[in-house]
Design a protein around this ligand. Structure first.
Ligand code: TYD
Ligand code: MG
Length: 451
C-alpha cells in the first residue's frame, strides 16, 4: 500500500525534514521550507521465500538504438549539448531574466523543419509573434500554445506527438491535481516529472526553461536538476552583449564546452571565434594586463587578465577577484610574496577577467601571476605575449595538458612569444616554432625575471 506523507522541503537545497522550521537545517537558508507530499510505496511483491522478485539483464543483451541527435542549426548550441539535441532527452535551460532564453528557443525553432510545439506561460501569442518577426522566424511547422495546465499540455503532446517541445517556463506551469501555487517545489517537481514521462515514452525531446533565484541557482527544488538529462546555464553580463552557454550537467556529452553568442537587434548570433572577442579593446603598453590561454572543452580560448595593485589607504588591504576564484588569488599572492619577495601586503589588489568568462582551469594561474607582477612593478607586458601554467605552493610552475594546441592557436592569432611551464617541453618538442619564441620556466621567480 502506498502511503502519502507530509514533509517539508527546502526550496534551495532540496533537503527534507518531517517538521517545519524557519531555517533549513541543511543549507542554513531562511524561509525556504515548503510543505510537500511524498508517496511511500510499501507494496512490494513478496515471494514464498520472503525475497522480493526482481530481474536483471546481462549487459551484452541490452540493445541500444543509436542515439539520434537533432541538429538545432545553431552550432554553438549543438556543441554545448555534445553534438546536437538527443531524441527523448529533457534539457533544462536556465539563466537570469532577460538574458535571452526565450530568444534562443525561438531561434532553434527557425532551424528545425519539423513539428514543434512552443508552450508559453509567460507571454501572449502576440508577444511571441512579435519576437518571431524580430528574429525573422517564419517556420510554418511551429505551433504556439499559451497554456499553463500541465495535464492538458501533456495530453496535447500525446496526441499530436511534435518532434520538439519547448516549455517557457516551468515556474509558470501548474498541475491541477496539486493544491500549491505555480512555481512551488511540488508543482515544479510534479510538472517536470510529467514532462519526463511523456518525453521518454514518446521519444520527444523537451527543452524546459527554468528561472534562477538571487543566489544563481535554479529556482525550485534541486531535484529538478536530478530529473532532467541536461542542465544548461545561459550567462552573461547584462551590460555586455555577449552571452555564454555552458552545460552544468550532461548525460549525453561533456560539460566543458561553452557556446558564445552575441545579442543584437536581430537576436542572438554565434561567436565562432571567442578569443578575438575576449581580446578586443585591449590597450597596449598598460601594466597589469596579460593574456592567458585556457581550454574550454576542446577549444583553446584566449582571455585578457587584468590586475591593479594600488597603495592601500587603510590598515586592511583589499582584494577583489572578478571571473577568478578569490581564494586562489590570495594563494597566488602568498606564493609570490614568499617565493619572489614581491610585496603585496600593504597593497590593494584587484583582478579582473575581461569578457565575462570565469577562469576555472589551473592553467590560468600563470597569467594571473604575470598580471600581478606587472601591476606591482608598473611595467607593461608586451601585447604579443601569451602565458599559461599552473602554480604550486612551492612557487613551481606545473605542466598543463594540450600545450601544443594552445601554442598553435596562439600562433594563429598572431602571438609571438609564449611563456609556458618547463614540464610542457616534451609536448612542444615536435612543434614547429617558426616565428614563435617559447620560454620554458620552472618557478615563479623565473617568470618575474623574464617579465
Ligand atoms: P528574452 O529572450 O525575452 O529573455 P528571457 O527569456 O531570458 O527572459 O530576451 C530579452 C532581452 O533580449 C530583452 O532585454 C531584449 C533583448 N533582445 C535583443 O536585444 N534583441 C532581440 O532581437 C531580441 C529578441 C531580444
Ligand atoms: Mg522569457
Amino acid at each position: 500500500m502506498a502511503k502519502v506523507k507530509t514533509v517539508f522541503m527546502c526550496k534551495e537545497c532540496g533537503g527534507k525534514t518531517p517538521k517545519w522550521s524557519g531555517q533549513c537545517p541543511f543549507c542554513g537558508e531562511w524561509n525556504t521550507m515548503e510543505e510537500t507530499t511524498e508517496v511511500q510505496n510499501s507494496g512490494k511483491k513478496v515471494t514464498s521465500l520472503g525475497l522480493t522478485s526482481v530481474n536483471a539483464v546481462q549487459l551484452s543483451e541490452i540493445n541500444i538504438n543509436d542515439t539520434k541527435r537533432i541538429d538545432t542549426g545553431i552550432k554553438e548550441f549543438n556543441r554545448v549539448l555534445g553534438g546536437g539535441l538527443v531524441e527523448g532527452s529533457i534539457v533544462l535551460l536556465s539563466g537570469d531574466p532577460g538574458i535571452g532564453k526565450s530568444t534562443l528557443l525561438l531561434q532553434i525553432c527557425n532551424n528545425i523543419k519539423e513539428n514543434i510545439l512552443y508552450v508559453t506561460g509567460e507571454e501572449s501569442a502576440g508577444q511571441i509573434k512579435l519576437r518571431a518577426e524580430r528574429l525573422k522566424t517564419d517556420n510554418p511547422n511551429l505551433k504556439v500554445m499559451c497554456q499553463t495546465d500541465m495535464l492538458a499540455i501533456c495530453d496535447y503532446i500525446k496526441t499530436e506527438k511534435p518532434k520538439l517541445v519547448l516549455i517557457d517556463s516551468i515556474q509558470t506551469m501548474c498541475h491541477e491535481g496539486i493544491a500549491s501555487s505555480p512555481g512551488s517545489i511540488t508543482q515544479v517537481r510534479e510538472c517536470t516529472n510529467l514532462l519526463l514521462k511523456v518525453g521518454k515514452n514518446y521519444n520527444i525531446p523537451i527543452i524546459i526553461v527554468g528561472h534562477i533565484n538571487k543566489g544563481g541557482d535554479i529556482a525550485g527544488p534541486k531535484v529538478m536538476e536530478h530529473i532532467v538529462d541536461t542542465v544548461l546555464y545561459f550567462d552573461g553580463e547584462k551590460s555586455s552583449a555577449y552571452r555564454i552557454l555552458r552545460a552544468h550537467k550532461n548525460r549525453f556529452g561533456s560539460t566543458n564546452e561553452i557556446g558564445v553568442f552575441e545579442m543584437g537587434s536581430c537576436g542572438l548570433t554565434e561567436v565562432e571565434n571567442p578569443s578575438s572577442l575576449m581580446l578586443s579593446g585591449r590597450l597596449d603598453g598598460v601594466s597589469g594586463s596579460s593574456v592567458c590561454c585556457v581550454l574550454e572543452g576542446t577549444r583553446p580560448v584566449f582571455v585578457e587578465v587584468q590586475g591593479l595593485v594600488a597603495e592601500s589607504g587603510f590598515g586592511n588591504a583589499r582584494r577583489m577577484a572578478g571571473g577568478f576564484d578569490y581564494n586562489r588569488l590570495n594563494l597566488i599572492l602568498a606564493v609570490l610574496e614568499k617565493r619572489t619577495g614581491i610585496i603585496f601586503n600593504t597593497m590593494d589588489v584587484y583582478l579582473n577577467v575581461v569578457g565575462g568568462l570565469k577562469l576555472e582551469e589551473p592553467a590560468a594561474d600563470l597569467a594571473v601571476t604575470a598580471s600581478l607582477i606587472s601591476a606591482q612593478r608598473d611595467i607593461p607586458i608586451s601585447g604579443d605575449v601569451c602565458v599559461f601554467g599552473e602554480i604550486g605552493l612551492s612557487g613551481e610552475v606545473r605542466a598543463v595538458p594540450q600545450a601544443a594546441a594552445r601554442v598553435a592557436e596562439a600562433k594563429r592569432l598572431g602571438f609571438k612569444h609564449c611563456i609556458v611551464p618547463k614540464g610542457c617541453f616534451k609536448q612542444l618538442m615536435n612543434f614547429n616554432v617558426d616565428g614563435m619564441k617559447i620560454d620554458y620556466i620552472r618557478t615563479v621567480s623565473e617568470l618575474a625575471k623574464i617579465l
